[in-house]
Design a protein around this ligand. Sequence first.
Ligand code: FAD
Length: 303
Amino acid sequence: MDSTMYYDAIIVGGSNAGLSAGLALGRALRKVLIIDSNLPCNRQTPYSHNFLTRDGDTPEKILTVARTQLETYTTVSFITDLVTRATKDGNYFRVDTKSGKSYAAKKIIFATGIKDIMPAIKGFDKCWGISAIHCPYCHGYEFKGEKTGILANGDSGFDTGKLISNWTKDLTLYTNGSSTLTVEQTGALLQHGIKIVEKEVSELIHHHGQVQKVIFKDGSEERLSALYARLGFTQHCTIPEQLGCELTEQGYLRVDIWMKTTTPGIYACGDNTTFMRSIANAAYNGSVAGAALNMELINESFA
Ligand SMILES: Cc1cc2nc3c(=O)[nH]c(=O)nc-3n(C[C@H](O)[C@H](O)[C@H](O)COP(=O)(O)OP(=O)(O)OC[C@H]3O[C@@H](n4cnc5c(N)ncnc54)[C@H](O)[C@@H]3O)c2cc1C
């Protein structure tokens, strides 16, 4: 006998984007299962900022409040598990998990986030989200006016240098090897008092993730309070690609304005779809995905 549980929608990933999609669907009376492996990208950061009504809360608190509110919707269920496989089976998507369970749903939402690739710099991973940061709107205020570095090169280094000069004037761009800035970019940064260091970085000396010094491969060092970094990333979950969902050139899942991927019946939302990485944005486009999925189910029932 088929013991599979059937749902209107399965949401893979139950962090900011997935819970927001779940809220829209729960309020639309949909039977929804949210499956989350509990590894949100911001789990190491002590406080989240720039999210209305929750500025300065811990990432965990924000998710706990969201989940507590969602639990009042009786058609929404949660499990902690890792989705290992998803396949299209007739009109349903079948989802298998690491613990050996199977579930099926008419539609599926991937709110699975991205994985940051840590640079080969000792101590960097321990500082990530604490004093090695990705976004000035999230953490720049806390380091305003402080001795700050940027780990980037070329166009990205130039753009980040311009941006961060809004928060501090004591700024150094570490290109971590020969600069690939243009002559004009170099001139503009220097003119604004932004120093450029081409030495290769080997280590961040830190105290519980709070960077104190940057150490270079030649043995020299500089004091530092914060380091911005533009990291590479991979999709946290590659199942959408296995289901035929296209990626953009930058490596995000390609979605339309309704958060539909290029594979019918599959939606995506949150960090896996956009470089606009914030809780507010994940909550927004999760909500769009939930509403659009509900509309698709309504349209199908009228067809
Ligand atoms: C270090 C750091 C600090 C940040 N600070 C801030 C801040 O202060 N303010 C702010 O607005 N934004 C901040 N951000 C950005 C913010 O955290 C993200 O934009 C937001 O968490 C994205 O939500 P998401 O749901 O798309 O992805 P995530 O929060 O990354 O969640 C994805 C979820 O999917 C789950 N998952 C993945 N694959 C599977 C699978 N196969 N099966 C089951 N579950 C799966 C993961 O375990 C995870 O729980 C920060 C980001 C980082 C990296």
